[in-house]
Design a protein around this ligand. Structure first.
Ligand code: CTP
Length: 398
């Protein structure tokens, strides 16, 4: 197959320095890169660095007769599989939304018939301004793909959404866009994944919880996103970063997890991997329970809501496919079939936790139970189990 290639438009923002790393990642993956550097972009990075990293000439001026003779603005986008704008400044977004064409970057965006991926980067108030939000809506309805922006501390000293997505994240979005529709069978579908433990307070400093690491749930969220699904990951406390392209909602208790999961509806598929605490302290103490001066008080418990059973019985909002997990140490098939019936879900992914190292470990041995029977999968790392499950989900929902 011929080398795939990207036309990268580097706009004028402090985030332009991250475009250099993006070019490096693309070249390392064997993807060809041609760069257009806007006049403002050239205030932040030099044509020399971009051309050294991209191993290509950098284009800058619309009216350069030599450039037009070598490779004009039409030819630049024709020779690429995808046009990427990173950083996409408020100005570039406004120009693209309105079809203005007064420099090489904006003219190329108007002249292209290739897909366009933008990574916005700007001050938080510029991002939140109604004008930018209007332009964003226009660009989305024109089919422009977007990655980011992130929320966080910004170079201007403010905090909020507007920071350009990290180069690795933009790179993953480029790979997904280049892969095309066949590699994204879940495009247009929505998925909910719960993951991690829940944490049930006893008093302001103590809690009941479990050893779930969240690894399997996070891997499933990532695998679904890679197949094109829009994924909401409702996660209990874990040490893991949010997977690329997934929107994470962080919760602590089972009750919060239920509310966040229901707020994510409607979804086409729900994969409930979280190790939800079955019980919580009835009345968490408002103040720290003291050791001295009192006999150890028993902790009374009350049952938590069952998120899996609730979503399986959600009426018209019920996802087309509801998948639960079962951790068993014995009578795996019998217990999992009983769980399937009791909770009203469509599949149970049963894992044998009798061997050491599954909880918190990197590999998993699972069986998929449905009303039609059992499929046994050989032991694989959690990423491979997740990709296989995501592929099976993609075959099943339509
Ligand atoms: N689950 C849930 N809400 C709960 C409890 C469990 O959504 N309050 C989900 C889990 O995310 C998982 C499945 O139900 O998908 C596990 O069911 P559960 O009955 O908790 O399984 P085990 O912990 O294996 O239970 P048991 O003690 O009955 O073996």
């Amino acid at each position: 197959m011929a080398e795939q290639s990207v036309l990268l438009i580097v706009g004028g923002g402090i985030a332009a320095y991250k475009a250099l790393e993006l070019v490096r990642l693309l070249r390392k993956a064997g993807i060809g890169v041609r760069c257009i550097l806007t006049r403002a972009g050239a205030q932040f990075v030099t044509p020399l660095s971009l051309s050294a990293l991209s191993e290509n000439k950098v284009f800058a001026d619309l009216f350069s007769l030599t450039d037009e003779a070598e490779m004009g603005h039409i030819e630049l986008s024709r020779a690429s599989d995808l046009v990427v704008v990173a950083p996409a400044t408020a100005d570039l977004m406004a120009k693209a939304a309105h079809g203005q064409a007064d420099d090489l970057a904006s003219t190329t965006l108007l002249a292209t018939d290739k897909r366009v991926l933008m990574a916005p980067a700007m001050n938080v108030r510029m991002w939140l301004h109604p004008a930018t939000q209007r332009n964003l809506a226009t660009l989305k309805s024109d089919g422009v793909l977007l990655v980011g922006p992130d929320e966080g501390a910004m170079a201007c000293g403010e905090f909020g959404p507007g920071r350009m997505a990290e180069p690795e994240v933009i790179f993953a979005a480029i790979q997904a866009a280049l892969a095309g529709p066949a590699a994204r069978p879940l495009a247009g579908k929505r998925a909910l994944v719960t993951a991690g433990p829940t944490l049930e307070p006893i008093d302001p400093v103590r809690f009941l919880s479990n050893r779930s690491s969240g690894k399997q749930g996070y891997a499933i969220a990532e695998a679904l996103a890679q197949l094109g699904a829009e994924v909401v990951l409702v996660s209990g406390p874990t040490a893991l970063p949010a997977p690329v392209g997934v929107s994470r909602v962080e919760v602590e208790t089972a009750q919060e997890m239920l509310v966040a999961s229901q707020s994510a509806l409607p979804v086409d598929v729900a994969v409930l991997v979280a190790a939800v605490a079955d019980w919580r302290p009835t009345q968490p103490a408002a103040r720290k329970i003291k050791k001295f001066g009192a006999a150890p008080a028993p902790i009374t418990l009350v049952e938590n809501p069952d998120i899996l059973a609730t979503l399986s019985a959600q009426g018209p909002m019920r996802p087309q496919l509801v998948i639960g997990f079962a951790a068993e140490t014995n009578d795996l098939d019998h217990n999992s079939q009983a769980k399937l019936a009791r909770k009203g879900c469509d599949w149970v992914v049963a894992n044998d936790v009798s061997q050491e190292g599954v909880m918190g470990g990197d590999s998993n041995t699972v069986s998929i139970l449905s009303r039609d029977g059992v499929e046994r999968w050989e032991t694989a790392d959690k990423g491979a189990v997740a990709r296989r499950l995501a592929a099976k989900i993609a075959e099943t929902i339509h």
